[in-house]
Design a binder for this molecule. Structure first.
Ligand code: NDP
Length: 276
């Protein structure tokens, strides 16, 4: 029987995950079925448990259920524990459910392997202190930046998050408008501002001639953050489609034991989005 997977969120109809995993399966010769599950917060836990009881093999979990998914897992990976959130559930031998978080691995692969950006001994600014930031702080610190600043509109959330991760490396929190000093080497936008056409109110002095900018958000065209970065002299501004494909590839590897190649899938996804 074909192994069953899917992505659960609310809403979830816009998700590109079925397209991405469909291409991974075809390219790696894996026989899987992957579908969308739109469950409300009330439905989430019982319906996900039913999915696994009825033989489902794995789920991606997206907004707003990533924190609730921690409760479903009977075992968490270290990176899911650090993130305090789960984006991948996998049925294991013996019938236990593993909870993992592949967002950090996805970001790092896109930054370092696909885009060739350097983090070690660099000054890195991450804007936003929500779930996405929480998932990527530990993997970023593992790359040994000189400094990692978390800047958030609600400054207290950035300070709290920096305190949580302080034992893992040189990280500090700030309010968005309080960020100052020399330009950063890398700026990552992990706010949801782009989704409403907005840009975090950063001082333009954070960008210098060598600064690379990365927006975790993505779209058919350059995001507002990318446009803001370019308008302030940034010549290397990227969006988060590569992270989306890479975090999916890591989920696929956890489920199937096969690491799919991602370059052709990323190209196909861009073409498909451009075609509308
Ligand atoms: P959350 O809702 O958990 O956090 C949202 C964050 O954005 C908060 O820090 C919030 O600040 C900030 N924010 C929202 N609006 C504004 C604004 N107008 N100006 C400044 N700050 C703002 O979201 P997530 O962390 O889950 O997701 C963040 C982004 O990352 C989304 O765009 C999401 O699509 C993207 N993402 C992309 C992935 C990929 O694979 N490419 C994977 C995961 C996420 P405050 O605390 O003050 O409210």
């Amino acid at each position: 029987m074909t192994d069953r997977y899917g992505v659960v969120g609310h809403p979830v109809a816009h998700s590109w995950s079925p397209f991405i995993h469909g291409l991974f399966a075809r390219e790696s010769g894996q026989d899987i079925a992957y579908r969308l599950f739109d469950f409300t917060s009330e439905e989430f836990e019982p319906r996900v448990r039913d999915f696994f009881t009825l033989g489902g093999r794995g789920l991606n979990v997206t907004v707003p259920h990533k924190i609730a998914a921690v409760r479903i897992a009977s075992q968490l990976t270290t990176r899911a524990t650090h993130a305090g959130a789960v984006n991948t559930l996998a049925m294991q031998e013996g019938g236990t459910i593993l909870g993992d978080n592949t967002d950090g691995a996805g970001l790092i692969r896109d930054l370092c392997d696909n885009l060739g950006l350097v983090v070690i001994r660099r000054r890195v600014l991450i804007v936003g202190a929500g779930g996405a930031t929480r998932g990527v702080i530990a993997p970023l610190l593992a790359l040994e930046p000189e400094q990692l600043v978390i800047a958030n509109r609600t400054a207290e959330r950035a300070h709290d998050m920096a305190r949580t991760f302080a034992r893992l490396g040189p990280v500090r929190g700030a309010g968005i408008q309080d960020v100052e000093g020399a330009p950063f080497d890398l700026i990552i936008n992990a706010t949801s501002a782009s989704l409403s056409g907005e840009v975090p109110a950063l001082p333009s002095s954070v960008i210098g001639p060598d600064t690379a900018c990365y927006d975790m958000a993505y779209g058919k065209t350059d995001t507002p953050f990318m446009q803001w970065a370019a308008g302030n002299g940034c010549t290397r501004a990227y969006q988060g489609l590569g992270m989306l494909v890479e975090q999916a590839a890591e989920s696929f590897r956890i489920w199937r034991g096969v690491k799919p190649s991602t370059a052709a899938v990323l190209t196909a996804l861009k073409d498909r989005m451009a075609a509308g």
